[in-house]
Ligand binder design. Structure first.
Ligand code: HEM
Length: 249
């Protein structure tokens, strides 16, 4: 397998290992992610027992949280945190673009389609090496836009359920039960994808186990930059991230 995971020994022998770290996430982005963890977990913990209220575990959780009214109050409180965080994220991204502090690296591009194709061929043995990625690979972009889509759907359907009388002044009444169904099942989908997909990439993936701490520290090691973001590494240090045994197509 050409999955590039150079051991520290190999890097030392190539003279590439030192204590250099790269800044990956600014303090604002780290605080944003922290707020997202707190609000998302709290919304799942207060929402899912309402959806599956006939189950014993759900009844136990509702009682532990102080009853249905307190649980609903908590759900609404963390919904406000979740929505405000999303609005802040967009405003701050535009500010960063205007001040030229961030680029458009997160936007999907044709190179992502080509990288996906390349990766599929690599997995079936038709390519010698994995594609080279920049700051974000196509899997990270996919996850980011799944989050954007999920945020829009949960905020819209949640607000409709929260203020049904107001919502039906502008929208057909059928949207209340439809919104409730979409909200509940999108919650299940979101929790499963966070636990399985995100959980694998940030905890159980062999390159980062037991945890990818970059979103908390803001830093990423030089070895991981070379392995996971070689194009960004090349741009940052001005020389190719290709050494013997580290070949990408
Ligand atoms: C984006 C902001 C959100 C708003 C405004 C919102 C609002 C609501 C409201 C008003 C309800 C109806 C029950 C109640 O009054 O508490 C509800 C139910 C629920 N929420 Fe949310 N919510 C949001 C985000 C989320 C998120 C992120 C999740 C899960 C990760 C979630 C999971 C649920 C579930 C599972 C239910 C029960 C649905 C059912 O009974 O079928 N919510 N939400």
């Amino acid at each position: 397998m050409n999955r590039v995971s150079l051991s520290e020994d190999v890097l030392i022998s190539l003279g590439l290992q030192d204590n250099v770290e790269f800044i990956r996430f600014s303090l604002v982005r780290r605080v944003e992610h922290f707020l997202l963890i707190i609000s998302f977990v709290a919304l799942a913990a207060t929402g899912l027992p309402q959806k599956f209220n006939a189950a014993d575990w759900a009844q136990w959780m509702l009682t532990a949280m102080g009853g249905i009214e307190t649980t609903r109050w908590l759900h609404h409180f963390f919904a406000i945190v979740f929505i405000m965080e999303g609005i802040f994220h967009v405003v701050y991204a535009f500010y960063g673009l205007l001040r030229r502090r961030v680029g458009l690296e997160m936007l999907p591009a044709w190179k992502d389609v080509r990288a996906f194709q390349h990766m599929a061929l690599y997995f079936i043995g038709k390519r010698q090496a994995m594609p080279k990625f920049g700051r974000y690979d196509y899997r990270q972009k996919f996850e980011y836009f799944a989050m954007v889509w999920g945020w829009l759907l949960m905020a819209a359907t949640g607000l409709i359920m929260w203020q049904p009388t107001w919502a039906t002044n502008y929208l057909p009444g059928i949207l209340i039960p439809v919104g409730k169904m979409l909200h509940g099942w999108e919650a299940v989908l979101a929790v499963l994808s966070i636990v399985i997909w995100h959980g694998y990439h940030v905890i159980f993936h062999p390159d980062v186990f037991p945890v990818d701490s970059s979103i908390f520290s803001g830093r990423i090691s030089r070895m991981r930059m070379i392995n996971e973001h070689p194009l960004e590494f090349e741009e940052a240090v001005g020389r190719p991230a290709i050494v013997e045994g580290l070949k990408r197509g």
